[in-house]
Design a protein around this ligand. Structure first.
Ligand SMILES: [Mn+2]
Length: 344
């Protein structure tokens, strides 16, 4: 279904000597998996590659190694001047951070205005993503809303190129797939995701060993934080909404970072009767991050869109400029109103 776009992306890789692969801030398994898989493909095409992750590589990943150096700032690229910039899993042009947004807008590597080495290059931008409402900011857009993960698209691209989904490449694609489908249980899981997973297994993935590396890597601190958070979960809207708030004080008490909250919001759906899980994280006195989850029968992206956020029908997030308690009241009301008009 992507044959024309695949052909165009292949041509970019064939021509490019150096490629930059950027993904979104607070990289999740799909961001890491799809960047790693694409870096392996680029390496196979003979490209020198760097991966840009504004907030860095998560400390725990199941992959044995990243196939290319990871940078947080363009300054770290030194004299590495890319011919093409690939964006993976970025639902909009702001998602990879301000430096990458400027790169998208100007089609050049951002360096200070007065710099002598100002890099005026016709950088080709390739946008590979699976978010609905992706604004198609690339010169080439490989966007599949029906795909469960960006890694799914990258996996299909590898197959188009004739690369076997074995070893590190298979693991990288599989990591993105299982992250974004909740181990093939979320509403976005379709026959094609499972078929791709099956081909990766057929190519030799040790699924038990991979799952162990993927899941069994928690600190005791995270286990105890989640326990504390679960004790604080409350139900609203006649039990249709499970809500949990995380104060900065609690995070400081546990000495843990935001990545230790990764995946928690999905658990809120486990309570029987709950249709929407809402996690509110306090980032500052008037600044909260909201994460919303559903099973696909309630559009949480429509809720986060009210606050300028984005995501998918069953998983979305936004930043709200309010104190924690006020944000909670406001978002709960928004969800309750929508559940009512939804006929729930
Ligand atoms: Mn994704």
């Amino acid at each position: 279904m992507f044959d024309n776009a695949f052909k165009a992306v292949k041509e970019v890789l064939d021509k490019a000597g150096r490629v930059l692969i950027a993904t979104h801030v607070v990289a999740d398994g799909d961001a890491v998996g799809s960047s790693a898989a694409l870096a392996l493909i680029a390496r196979h095409s003979g490209c020198d590659t760097r991966i840009f992750m504004r907030t860095g590589l998560p400390s725990e990943i199941p992959l044995r190694a990243m196939p290319a150096p990871v940078v947080r700032y363009c300054a770290e690229l030194g004299d590495f001047i890319p011919d093409a910039a690939f964006f993976v899993d970025c639902g909009d042009r702001r998602r990879a951070g301000p430096e990458m947004e400027r790169l998208i807008l100007k089609r050049e590597l951002p360096v200070p205005e007065d710099s002598e080495e100002r890099r005026r290059l016709p950088l080709t931008v390739v946008n590979i993503d699976h978010h609905a409402a992706n604004p198609m900011f690339g010169d080439i857009n490989l966007v599949g809303e029906k795909c469960a993960a960006t890694a799914e698209i990258v996996g299909l691209f590898a197959e188009y190129l004739g690369l076997p989904l074995a070893g590190d490449l298979g693991e990288a694609v599989y990591y993105g797939l299982v992250t974004d489908t909740g181990n093939f249980t979320f509403a976005n899981t379709h026959a094609g995701s499972l078929a791709l997973g099956a081909r990766i297994l057929a190519a030799g993935l040790d699924v038990a060993d991979f799952s162990k590396r993927c899941d069994n890597n928690w600190s005791l601190g995270r286990m105890r934080l989640w326990g504390t958070l679960m004790r604080g979960v409350n139900l609203f809207a006649d039990g249709a909404v499970a809500c949990c708030t995380v104060s900065r004080r609690l995070m400081e008490e546990f000495g843990l970072g935001n990545e230790d909250l990764e995946g928690f919001a999905s658990w809120l759906r486990r309570v029987k009767g709950v249709r929407v899980g809402l996690l509110l994280r306090e980032d500052g006195p008037e600044n909260c991050k909201i994460s919303l989850r559903s099973m696909g029968d309630f559009d949480v992206r429509a809720v986060t869109a009210v606050y300028g956020g984005g995501g998918h029908v069953s998983a979305a997030g936004a930043t709200v400029r309010l104190p924690l308690a006020q944000a909670e009241t406001m978002v709960l009301k928004e969800i309750a109103d929508r559940l009512r008009t939804d006929g729930a």
